[in-house]
Design a protein. Structure first.
Length: 303
């Protein structure tokens, strides 16, 4: 009996020791990724602003790039994740007190939006720069002119923190990598996208509006990486006629993105940012529809 207890003790002790070591390795491994300094050379860029660029930016930032979905309608910051994996808030990006952008140089906006990297070289969490890497310099200029035109909001920005569970899931790739880790930082800024009711512009919108980020590169949908299992999966928006939108008319599609309602009358969860996409221009929605018409049918869930 004594021997048995001794061996149980040794086994348990070793297990606890191993877990402790694994915990330390995971903690420092994830900390190294979260605090890595990215040296990003950004070409000097000087903003220009007039009422047209502000209006274009407002349209883009609300309806397409959905900045307000995470940073809040007043851009004063909003909690994005408060879950067992940790706490992440999109910061205040107005000119008010508690904002993180008050010392931004114009080129810092390009670093944040195209590279997912803060001016001090820190990689940003969740901020979807892999989608925004597709924005042209004109689009960035409009977005920033609009952000700067917003009334100052005095609200502290809350720092992110991760629990051990969050770190384990991040280390094992269950939570997605950081945008700065997946972006090719050498890709040049894309040329101006010419608006039009055609699949090419629709493709540009699908990238910058994050449709690809949530519905997946093949648009067949599935659980969005990093979201808790009880959150709704992204729908299949490939041309599959059974689980996808292959039989949807243009009017059906526009109604879904404007009113959050499917052709069968069921409403869409607000994880699908239809409260933002409803602000897209008619022509933009039509371009998206035409682009999605070119997407081959795929069964649900392959992403
Ligand atoms: C999916 C949610 C999401 C969307 C959409 C989003 N952001 Fe963010 N953004 C965040 C989060 C979260 C952070 C904080 C990241 C961190 O500190 O690690 C952030 C950080 C920032 C920062 C601060 C960077 C710094 O130096 O600390 C700026 C500026 C910013 N976002 C601008 C924008 C703009 C402009 C848009 C729209 C084009 C946008 N964001 C869209 C989630 C989002
Ligand atoms: C933040 C993630 C996210 C983004 C960004 C997003 N979607 Fe969705 N979408 C979803 C989710 C989740 C659902 C399923 C909602 C539900 O089950 O109620 C959905 C549902 C849909 C549907 C309904 C399909 C059906 O059969 O029910 C359409 C259409 C759609 N999205 C198109 C788009 C388009 C086009 C874009 C880009 C402009 C886009 N989505 C961007 C998450 C997203």
């Amino acid at each position: 009996m004594k021997k048995f207890l001794k061996w149980t003790g040794i086994t348990l002790g070793s297990l606890v020791g191993l877990l402790l070591i694994a915990g330390i390795v995971i903690y420092f491994g994830t900390e190294a990724r979260l605090t890595k300094k990215y040296e990003i050379g950004v070409k000097p860029f000087t903003l220009y602003s007039d009422s047209n660029t502000v209006a274009a930016g407002r349209q883009l930032g609300n309806g397409v790039a959905v900045c307000t979905h995470c940073h809040g309608d007043d851009l004063g910051g909003k909690v994005v994740i408060d879950a067992p994996v940790g706490f992440v808030a999109a910061p205040n990006i107005t000119s008010g007190e508690g904002s993180v952008v008050r010392d931004f140089k114009d080129s810092d906006w390009v670093r944040v939006l195209h590279h997912g990297v803060a001016p001090d070289g820190r990689p940003l969490v969740i901020m979807p720069a892999e989608d925004y890497q597709n924005l042209s310099i004109e689009e960035i200029n409009s977005l920033v002119s609009w952000v700067k035109s917003m009334p100052p909001v005095n609200r502290p920005s809350q720092p992110s923190s991760f629990t051990m569970l969050g770190r384990v899931l991040f280390a094992f790739g269950v939570l997605p990598k950081l945008p700065a880790e997946v972006i090719d930082h050498n890709v040049p800024i894309p040329p101006t996208a010419v608006p039009g009711v055609n699949p090419t512009y629709g493709h540009h919108l699908a990238l910058t509006a994050g449709c690809v980020g949530c519905h997946g590169p093949t648009f067949s949908g599935g659980q969005i990486p990093g979201t808790p299992p009880d959150w709704p999966a992204a729908a299949n928006i490939s041309q599959d006629t059974k689980t996808g939108i292959g039989s949807w008319s243009e009017a059906d599609f526009i109604r879904a993105l404007r009113e959050g309602m499917r052709p069968d009358g069921r409403t869409l969860d607000t994880l699908m940012p239809w409260k933002n996409t409803r602000l897209m221009k008619d022509d933009d929605l039509r371009a998206l529809y035409l682009f999605l018409k070119t997407i081959p049918a795929k069964p649900f869930g392959g992403r």
